[in-house]
Design a binder for this molecule. Structure first.
Ligand SMILES: [Zn+2]
Length: 145
């Protein structure tokens, strides 16, 4: 692997590229972990598809976007705040982001893909549930012994 790769990049550069490619936001990493635990097979950050979905399976024809509630301005979400400074700028930016998000979902659906959007706040809820249930389980162990 290290020598003689066909693309003609030097090993140092390709190692760097690999690191960049593998880097995801903690949210993406979390969703990837959930998918793995569900036995789903996927690729991360699929640039060959519209909108470069965070996770996708081209053969299975599905794609997942993991959206931060602030940047993608999740509707009716308390994390989707508008900064008071330069409020107009932010409002425009957020509405552009939402239009772009809707467009890439439509493009994928036109290609026959099923698309899911996972929101940051949903993961936070999930984390709380996992935390509460693991506390419950631990408490039971403590009582049992
Ligand atoms: Zn949200």
């Amino acid at each position: 692997m290290p020598r003689g790769t066909s693309r003609g990049t030097d090993p140092q550069r390709s190692a760097l590229m690999k690191r960049v490619r593998q880097k995801g936001t903690p949210l993406e990493v979390e969703v990837a972990r959930i998918c793995t635990s569900l036995g789903l097979r996927y690729r991360r950050n699929v640039k060959s598809l519209p909108g470069s979905p965070d996770l996708a399976n081209k053969t299975g024809k599905w794609a997942i976007f993991v959206n931060g509630c602030f940047w993608h301005h999740h509707a009716n979400c308390r994390l989707a705040t508008i900064p008071t400074r330069n409020a107009r700028f932010w409002q425009q930016k957020f509405s552009m982001n939402r239009l772009r998000d809707a467009r890439k979902i439509r493009q994928l659906e036109c290609l026959g893909f099923r698309v899911a959007v996972v929101w940051q706040c949903e993961l936070a809820k999930n984390r709380r549930i996992v935390g509460r249930l693991s506390n419950l389980a631990e408490a039971r162990i403590v009582k049992a012994t």
